[in-house]
Design a protein around this ligand. Sequence first.
Ligand code: AMP
Length: 215
Amino acid sequence: MKLVLLGAPGAGKGTQAKKLIEKFGIPQISTGDLLRAAVAAGTELGKEAKTYMDKGELVPDSVVLGMVQERIKQDDCKEGYILDGFPRNTVQAEALDKMLAELGMSLDAALSVEVPTEDLMKRLTGRRTCAGCNQMYNIHFQAPAEEGKCDKCSGELFQRDDDKEETITKRLEVYQEQTAPLIDYYREKGILKSVTGTGDIDEIFQNVLQTLGVG
Ligand code: AMP
């Protein structure tokens, strides 16, 4: 299965991607995770990317496209992958189509996870991630048993730098302006599927499977 996950920041793409990985054993390619890893490693690319990420803006297309191209060619992507947070604009979507055509691949579906805008702010400001195992929590809806500590591995929970309120507002604006048009892009290609991203995580996942025709 070769899948693009679309949806605003905070729609739960990453959560659903992780469940799809568990079920199908294919990798998730999250450009946000790849960029955060470069930032953490202190590489030149990471330093450049951080200046955009901290402002809630998109990192230049050339940087992201290079990263995806490298990743998608690796052996574990032969049976499929889930692109999470990529493409983010039409230039990236067109470049992805070209990249895949050159590799003799094509997308099976673009799945849009839809959540009302008023819910997104609360989801993003409440989001916490475990430094040890990447497990996600939300202090409003899905708090850990002990504040600041991961239920699974006792790791420390942290808030992403770009999950602060000012940056979130900018990220949501960037989504509306640059990423939301991709819904029409994939609809016109006939591969768009949509699912409601509110409610119980496992129920959403069942809907995802049904919508993709693999449930
Ligand atoms: P995410 O974890 O997907 O919300 O991404 C966090 C941040 O990384 C975004 O706000 C952007 O600054 C950057 N980023 C992630 N994916 C992309 C992409 N495909 N194109 C440009 N910037 C990206």
